[in-house]
Design a protein around this ligand. Structure first.
Ligand code: ADP
Length: 720
């Protein structure tokens, strides 16, 4: 009896395709295979196998079963669930799940002299290679560099067998983690929370806990105890710790390594492909027990996942906005349900979604109300910029400057927080009033002085700053409007010429190593004033940092969407929460033009609960998340007229469903991106409605012309 394999291919295709299983191949569900697709052979995964009923049309056979780890059943189920949830094609999440598997394998570590093999042909270049090669070996690149010869010379010696390759076999394995090593001695409320989490892990089965503790309360220490319980749950227990993309995983990795005696697998955009493959294979084989990673780590092929932690669960970067659109916090909960594993969501400022689930008892709610040890929460004051404005062309108000001077005089550190990269967010021509825009998008160009360029932060487009206005041709007329971190640094240098000042943003700290260096320098007290975007606002403990100045608290409230208040509260609570981590009391000053705004009042009073209650009431009245559900359809195309016509077709095709309201089409606030016009629909439904199914059904009813793209966004976080 022959069998049919349903093979899912990691490409935008509507479904798994059927192939015949060749005699003797003995496929299993989850196997990675090669199958013919049109003129090519492509990689795919066996999703199901069934007996062939007679009389079917002949199917093409599977070409090859790849000698690579199969995807475990939980990963397959998760990929299918994620595709359905996002109302996207199932190949899209599969492509993410296979990302590490398809990376090139780790390269051989070193070349050695093969004993007893002489070169067939002796040339000066070859002789030099053998001369400089130490007994301990070198990598191919280092060897050709040391000998001053081309890579071809080294390769020819390798081909001849004069050199041999030694693979770094040991380094491919992850060390065993040791759950029984002692952790920090927990205080009473930490111990109570850790005991609850440990109980959840040991009980096995899906449950969600919200670990809700103020900044510095020791949430990491607590969830590491849950990780210990997961490792101890069985010889092959695995745990996943998800972090926001911007937060630096190094601090958590170091703590994991310190706590369990071995490095965890690291998974984020900064990890090179061979290292990714090592993690992917280690996770699939069970050799890698703990992964610390960004959102896509959720798609790794865990064999025996016993715990998922989502740290800083409120963070906006858990939402993937391009390609396959998903929210990693929501998918983490889904993966936990599929794997039968507990999920811990940790934050000092949880999302309203998670707080609502905690309030209604769907999630367990574990609170840590105070900082660990003698550290106290900082005092927070508002600076009313209408009463004490900065001088013209300056951004730091007199009370903030005074506080900085006092802090410096005490030998303590200040942090100026401004969530704006570059020198100035806008460049304007004094002669004609033109504001410089990106050529292909609805965005202002941001001036970056360190590089002398104007940059579009949406698409990455950049150009040298022109000497004359591109509109009217006036010379030296372009003026920087408003502050970015570079401009603040300039102002701080003017005020404190002898202070050591540094800028921490994704432009100045571009990789993990640089970030580690900057964090270390700051922690060792070698910086007096740190000017930072949110890249530095969270996660770090700087013991000597006692003053945080928020330069423009109103920034996130302008042009706000439904989460503007919530996001501003979260960001500023995190930023101000950097102050006063040890015995020295900390202070935060918040510059605002709207001190009466509920967000500012809540920050000052450190009364999160009152703020959350007010926000919840507003959302409930409007039927917005977490009380109702939203989805968006974004249409884009190069031609206005065609887009307009298709938007009308799409509006007419919207299915009728009880309790579902479709708003739009409307011009998107970001009406032009990379030369494509954009329109949006917003869909609102009650909590119980299956919006994913609704959106998928809607999309199936229309056939967009080739140039038009339709993107569906379930639970949108961006409304631009
Ligand atoms: P959070 O994640 O809640 O902001 P962390 O877990 O980072 O807090 O803890 C804040 C600081 O306090 C860290 O430097 C941490 O090592 C320290 N800390 C927290 N709990 C303990 C404890 N029980 N014993 C020793 N140090 C602790």
């Amino acid at each position: 009896m022959s069998r049919i394999a349903a093979v899912l291919i990691p490409m935008p295709l509507p479904e798994a395709f059927d192939y015949a299983e060749p005699e003797g191949m003995a496929l299993s569900v989850g196997d990675q295979v090669r199958v013919p697709l049109g003129p090519r052979d492509v990689r795919g995964v066996v999703m199901a196998l069934r007996e062939a009923a007679g009389g079917n049309r002949p199917l093409k056979p599977v070409s090859e079963r790849l000698d690579e780890p199969p995807l475990p059943p939980g990963t397959l189920a998760f990929v299918q669930w994620a595709g359905r949830y996002a109302a996207d094609l199932p190949g899209a999440p599969l492509a993410i799940a296979l990302r590490g598997a398809r990376a090139p394998p780790p390269r051989p570590m070193r070349l050695l002299r093969a004993p007893g093999v002489a070169p067939a042909r002796a040339t000066p270049a070859r002789a030099r290679v053998l001369e400089v090669l130490p007994d301990t070996g070198l990598s191919g690149a280092d060897l050709s560099r040391a000998a001053g010869v081309s890579a071809g010379v080294v390769k020819s010696l390798l081909d001849e067998g004069v050199l041999s390759v030694e693979f770094a076999v040991e380094s491919r394995s992850f060390g065993r983690h040791e759950p029984a090593l002692p952790g920090a001695e927990l205080n009473a409320s930490q111990a109570a929370a850790a005991a609850e989490l440990g109980g959840m892990v040991r009980a096995t089965g899906f449950q969600v806990a919200l670990l809700d503790g103020v900044t510095g309360s020791g949430k990491t220490e607590v969830y590491l105890e849950a990780v210990a319980a997961a490792l101890a749950a069985g010889p092959e227990g695995q745990a996943l710790i998800l972090l926001p993309e911007l937060a630096l995983p190094q601090a958590v990795i170091a703590r994991v390594a310190g706590r369990f005696g071995a490095e965890p697998g690291e998974w984020h955009s900064g990890v090179a492909p061979p290292a990714r493959r090592r993690v992917w294979e280690g996770v699939a084989s069970g050799d890698c027990q703990i992964v610390v990673g960004a959102r896509s780590a959720l798609f790794l092929p865990f064999r025996n996942l016993r715990l998922i932690v989502v740290d800083e669960e409120h963070d906006g970067s858990f939402k993937q906005e391009e390609g396959f659109i998903y929210h990693a916090r929501d998918l983490a909960v889904a993966r936990g349900r599929i794997e039968g594993a507990p999920v811990v969501l940790a934050s000092a400022t949880p999302s309203l979604e998670s707080l609502r689930n905690a309030e209604t008892g769907r999630y367990r709610w574990l609170r840590l109300a105070a900082r660990h040890g003698s550290a106290r929460m900082p005092d927070i004051d508002l600076i009313d910029l209408r009463e004490t404005p900065p001088e013209t062309g300056r951004w730091l108000s007199p009370p903030l400057v005074t506080a900085m001077a006092e802090t410096w005089a005490r030998g303590e550190q200040s942090l100026l927080f401004l969530n704006r990269r570059g020198y100035a967010p806008l460049v304007l021509c004094k002669a004609c009033g033109e504001r410089l825009r990106a050529p292909d998008s609805d965005t202002w160009l941001v001036e970056h002085r360190y590089t002398g360029r104007l940059v579009c932060h949406l698409t990455g487009f950049s150009m040298p700053k022109p000497a004359a206005c591109p509109h009217c041709g006036a010379k030296d007329s372009l003026t920087a409007i408003g502050p970015g971190v570079e401009r603040l640094e300039e102002e701080a240098r003017g005020l404190f010429p002898d202070a050591r000042i540094a800028v921490f943003s994704s432009d100045t700290v571009f990789d993990a190593r640089e970030a580690r260096r900057m964090v270390q320098t700051m922690a060792q007290g070698e910086i007096d004033i740190l000017v930072a975007t949110q890249a530095a606002a969270k996660g770090h403990n700087f013991p000597n940092l006692t003053l945080v100045g928020v330069v423009d608290a109103d920034l996130g409230l302008r042009g706000g969407d439904l989460r503007a208040g919530e996001r501003t509260y979260q960001l500023l609570a995190q930023a101000t929460g950097r102050a006063g981590r040890r015995d020295r009391p900390g202070r935060a000053l918040i510059q605002t033009y709207a001190p009466e705004h509920p967000v500012m009042q809540a920050l000052k009073a450190q009364d999160r609960d009152a703020f959350v209650a007010a926000e919840m009431a507003e959302r409930e009245a409007a039927g917005l998340p977490p009380f109702g559900r939203l989805a968006a359809a974004i249409l884009s195309g190069p031609d206005d007229f065609q887009l307009e016509a298709f938007a009308r077709t799409m509006a007419e095709a919207a299915p009728n469903a009880q309790g579902v309201i479709v708003y739009g089409p409307a011009d998107a606030p970001l009406g032009l991106v990379r030369g494509r016009r954009r329109k949006r629909f917003l869909v609102q439904a009650g909590r119980e409605g299956d919006l994913s199914a609704y959106m998928a059904a809607w999309r199936a009813r229309v056939r967009p012309p080739g140039a038009i793209r339709v993107t569906l966004d379930i639970d949108p976080y961006s409304f631009l």
